[in-house]
Design a protein around this ligand. Structure first.
Ligand SMILES: [Ca+2]
Ligand SMILES: [Ca+2]
Ligand SMILES: [Ca+2]
Length: 275
């Protein structure tokens, strides 16, 4: 009878103690990890602040096409048959995404960046970074992706910037109210690998709570509850990478620990009674 009575208490104490040790852990969890390189498909291009120029490389595509800058300004650039031509689009505000569109004689439009922008939901442009500010951008011009070699219409873009890419984010998922905890993140950027700004909003109110160039620091929560925290990394041209995560802030665990102590004393009393 005592055995049945003791076991649930022991397991309750064990779970309380493990909960307490998890909460008081000083280890930060790895929340996000990615390779320190950019994918070539779906890469967005941003303005660096200097003049944006496009040179047209040879094309062997069956289709004629015309390249446009469609945002933040709508500017016609050149046909894919104007090999060797260099078009200067002038300066675009730094940080703005340069959204290029290829108007193909088949009637379809294909865009730089996310696959969801294209009529078939597939990526149609491949960005190969050549040097800071300069990339070769090749398009596929067939609905469905064709042969996926991304060289039907090829251009050299200069005056561009790639957004930084987060490679690791560490923080605590469960934090005690009032506890100072460590957090850290690392990011990768072609143009400015050592000149990035890390901005943390821990309580999700839109106000930056901690900012610095080192990618690490310490902070504490005042209240309790579940918060959507975010980290934004910005390069000197204003291009950004963002990551969001949830943090649970629990009360100071004095009640948990005293409950666990009570449980331990209770078990001792039960053990003594057995003798
Ligand atoms: Ca092709
Ligand atoms: Ca950059
Ligand atoms: Ca905040």
């Amino acid at each position: 009878m005592k055995l049945f009575f003791n076991l649930p208490i022991a397991s309750t104490i064990a779970s309380l103690l493990s909960f307490a040790s998890f909460v008081t852990s000083t280890q930060a969890a790895v929340l996000y990890q990615a390779s320190p390189s950019y994918p070539q498909l779906g890469t967005r291009l941003y303005a660096s602040g200097s003049d944006v120029a496009v040179s047209i490389l040879p094309s062997e595509a069956a289709f004629d096409s015309y390249l446009w800058l469609t945002s933040p300004h709508r500017i016609p650039v050149a046909s894919n048959r104007e090999t060797g031509r260099l078009v200067n689009l002038g300066a675009v505000s730094p940080g703005a995404e340069l959204l290029f569109g290829l108007q193909v004689s088949s009637g379809y439009w294909y865009y730089t960046g996310d696959a969801s922008r294209n009529p078939d939901g597939l990526p149609h442009s491949k960005v190969t970074y050549l040097s800071p500010g300069v990339a070769r951008v090749g398009f596929e011009d067939l609905l469905g992706g064709g042969d996926w070699d991304f060289d039907d219409h090829t251009f050299i873009f200069s005056g561009i910037n790639l957004a930084p890419k987060l490679t690791e984010v560490q923080s605590k998922v469960v934090v005690k109210s009032g506890e100072v905890f460590d957090f850290s993140a690392s990011a990768f950027d072609f143009e400015n690998p050592n000149d990035l700004l890390f901005s943390w909003d821990f309580n999700g109110d839109g106000e930056i709570d901690y900012e610095g160039s080192e990618g690490k620091g310490a902070w504490s929560y005042g209240g309790q509850g579940i918060y959507t925290s975010s980290l934004t990394v910005t390069d000197p041209s204003g291009a950004k990478a963002q990551y969001s995560f949830q943090t649970e802030v629990v009360p100071e665990p004095t009640s948990v620990i005293s409950f666990a102590f009570l449980g331990t004393l209770g078990l001792g009393a039960i053990a003594r009674r057995k003798h």
